[in-house]
Design a protein around this ligand. Structure first.
Ligand SMILES: [Zn+2]
Length: 195
């Protein structure tokens, strides 16, 4: 079983056909997290390259896994809609947002951005986004049969409650460093990934 730490492997591969030395970024796709030691925070999950550009996936962890109640699917769905709407309209970050969506375990969300910002660089953006959600009034954006695959699966009040709780974490020095564990393999030798 392979053990990966959170450092990145860089290999220098000569490409003689181009007449020079080209850096090939051989990034470890992600590391295994010890979910028994996670606390809410903002975590870099993995870094990928697309062509020559970085794309970074962050875990926006809102709950302590397997300890506190998870976010109800209805509230999570509403958080997905409202926070996505905010992120894709934020003047500073909108051009770097690739994806925002819920984790299947319902303890948080994934945020994928262009580039390789550090987790703490996202804190001001997420504070703005979750304050927007916590204070949201009116119709949930996109919660109609035309725009959504399950438009009745929403709960604005609970979304606001959960957003307020996570906002308090964001405003009080959230955790940025994941506890590491050995990555597991399936019986058929496939390496497990949780995202
Ligand atoms: Zn929807």
């Amino acid at each position: 079983m392979a053990y990966y730490d959170h450092s990145f492997l860089w290999s220098f591969v000569p490409k003689s056909e181009r007449g020079g030395m080209v850096i090939i970024m051989d990034l470890i796709p992600s590391f295994q997290v010890d979910h028994t030691k996670i606390v809410p925070g903002i975590y870099e999950s993995r870094v990928d390259t697309v062509e020559k550009d970085f794309v970074t996936t962050f875990d926006i962890r809102m709950k302590t896994p397997n300890v506190e109640p998870v976010i109800h699917p209805n509230a999570m769905h509403t958080i997905e809609h409202i926070v996505a709407t905010f992120l894709r309209n934020d003047e500073e970050w909108k051009d770097r947002i690739v994806y925002w969506g819920p984790m299947g375990c319902l303890t948080g969300c994934y945020l994928i951005v262009k580039g390789r910002p550090k987790p703490n660089e996202l804190t001001p953006l997420l504070i703005r986004a979750f304050r927007f959600c916590a204070e949201y009034e009116g119709e949930v954006p996109g919660a109609t049969p035309i725009n959504c695959g399950n438009y009745l699966l929403h709960d604005l009040n609970m979304a606001k409650y959960e957003a307020k709780r996570y906002l308090e974490i964001l405003e009080n020095s959230p955790c940025y460093t994941y506890p590491i564990a050995n990555r597991i393999e399936t019986e058929k030798g496939q390496v497990f990934f949780d995202s």
